[in-house]
Design a binder for this molecule. Sequence first.
Ligand SMILES: [Zn+2]
Length: 241
Amino acid sequence: MRVTSHGRLHQLAFFPRIFPVNCYLVEEEDNLTLVDTGLSYSCRFILGAAKKRNKPIKRIVITHAHSDHVASLDHLAKALPNASIYLPRRELKLLHGDRTLLPTEPQAPVKGGFITKIRTRPDYLLKEGDYVGSLRVIPLPGHTPGMIGLFDERDRTLIASDAFQTQGGVYAAGDTCWRFPFPSFATWHLPTSLDSARKAAALEPELLAVGHGRLLHRPGEAMKKAVQRLEKKASLRLEEF
Ligand SMILES: [Zn+2]
């Protein structure tokens, strides 16, 4: 595991070179928020990283239901009985193996790998505008139907989850980076993802933190270019029909 720190944010990267999977510890005054829980073996590494910061993990928040973001949720919830669990409301069905879509959603099949045996019960179900510690909940659907990002208003850090990747270059979800195409293969609905990418870029973050790839400082220009590339792809798709 590689740890990269910037201000209040600590990126914990598993398999950083071959198949980077990130989760994050965000510092509050006297405790930590854990964003995503990584792979099935990640639990003890996450607990070790928190211990080094000398602060307890008080909140665990999941950005979306894909297995590489939730695999050690049950282990961590058990190891941290005092931590509150925050889940995006729409992702709850997916966390229980139900891939059916709501009548109001685009009827495209949900993609990617899910664990269907998550037992942890949430303490809070998140919607737009809620806060997890200092982090504001920003719905960023498209990669999955209910994915969220988290925006730290103290220093304009955006944890965008898989709405963007920085591995292999800066790409918005749904655009295929052939050096690391997996987030794109697991993306549900391109036009919805494009709207979310625009919304994330409009926040004008100072630091971009993603599910796959390194932290990116002053990401404005790169995010704008990634949005433009996805717009092109979306318009080509429309011409196909
Ligand atoms: Zn994902």
